[in-house]
Design a protein around this ligand. Sequence first.
Ligand code: NAD
Length: 361
Amino acid sequence: MAHRVTLIPGDGIGPELTEATRRVLEATGVKFEWDVQDAGADVMAAHGGNPLPDETLASVRRNGVALKGPITTPIGEGFRSVNVRLRADLDLYAQVRPCKTYPGVRTRYENVDLVIVRETTEDIYAGIEFEEGTPEALDLTRWLEAHGEKLPQSDSGLSIKPISITGSRRVFEFAFDYARRMGRSKVTCVHKANIMKFTDGLWLRTAREVAEQNSDIVFDDRIADNMCMQLVQHPEDYDVLVLPNLYGDIISDLAAGLIGGLGVAPGANFGARVAVFEPTHGSAPKYAGLNKANPMAQMLSGMLMLHHIGEHDAGVRLERAIAELIREGTSVTYDMKSSRGDPTAVGTSDVADAVIAKLQR
Ligand code: NAD
C-alpha cells in the first residue's frame, strides 16, 4: 500500500531539493502517494494573501506526515514566518536534528553523533513581540514600571519569553522516549537557569522531574554558553541535547557546522499526531533555480521520514547510499569539495541520479 505524504516544495532552493528527494525516496522501492501543497510568499497571491493556506494545514493533519522544503521569511516586512506558524498551528513541539559525521565529509571533527531536540512552540522565538513606540509597547512599558521594573531605555521594542511546565514536560518526555527508542544513553538539558530563573529555571526544574522518572537514561545539564564551548572542544562527549526554542535554533546550526555544514544536516518536527520532515537549512535564495545546492540534508530528512513510517530497510539503504557518495567525494555538490570553486562539483539533480544508481545496484 502506498504511503500518502504531504509534499510542500517551499521556495528558494526548496523545489529542486524536494524533487531530488522525491526521486530517491521512490527509488528505494517504497510506494508513495504525494499530496503536493503550497506554502510561502510566492503563493500568497493565489491564496488571498495567505502564505500558509488552510488546505496545506488540512493536508498535513489528514496525512499525518509531510516532507517540506525550506521557506523564505522576508526580514522586517511584517510577514510572520511560515515555519513558525506551521509549527504553532500543528502544535509541532519537538524538533529533532540528528548531527552525525559521515566519513569523507569536510569537517574538523570525527565521530560526532549527537541529536538536538529543540522545543518549538514557546520561548522568545514564539513571536510575541511589541514594536518600539506602539501603544502596546508603551502600555507594557508603563505596566512594567508600575510593577517595579524600569527599562534601561524607554524607546525599547519588547519580546516576551513564555516557558511553561506543560511545554517543558512534554518535550523532555519526548526526548527521553526518543533516546530510549534510538538506543541512546544520555540526555543533556541546556539552559540559562542561572540568569532567567522563572523561565529557564522552570525548564531545568521540569527536566529534573522528568529525568527522575526515566532513570535508565543518564541525565545532566549545561549552561548554554558553556555548552557552545564544550561542543567545539569535545562534541563526542554529548548524545541527546534538549534545548528551548532560541538556543536550539542557534546551537543546531553550530552542530551542523561540526558535521560538515548545513548541506548534510537533516531534521524533523514532531507533534502528538503529525510529523513534518525538513532540513535544518533555509531557502538559500541566491542558489534558487541554479541546480547547485546540496540535496543531502533534504534527502536525509527523507531518510528520517522512512524510519518514521516504518520503512526501516529503505531508510537504512538510503542513508548507506548517501554515506557512500560522501565517502567517494565524486558526485557531490560544491560545498562538499575541498575548494568551493572546484570544477568537478556536480549539481543537485546529479546527486539524486548518483544516489539512485547506488540504490539500484
Ligand atoms: P540558509 O540556510 O538558507 O543559507 C545560508 C547559507 O548556507 C547559504 O547562503 C549557503 O551558502 C548555505 N546553504 C544552505 N543550504 C545549503 C544547501 N542545501 N546546499 C549548499 N549550501 C547551502 O540561511 P539564511 O540565508 O539565513 O536564510 C535564507 C532564508 O531561509 C531566510 O528567509 C530564512 O528565514 C529562511 N529559513 C527557512 C527555514 C525553514 O524553512 N525551515 C530554516 C532556516 C531559514
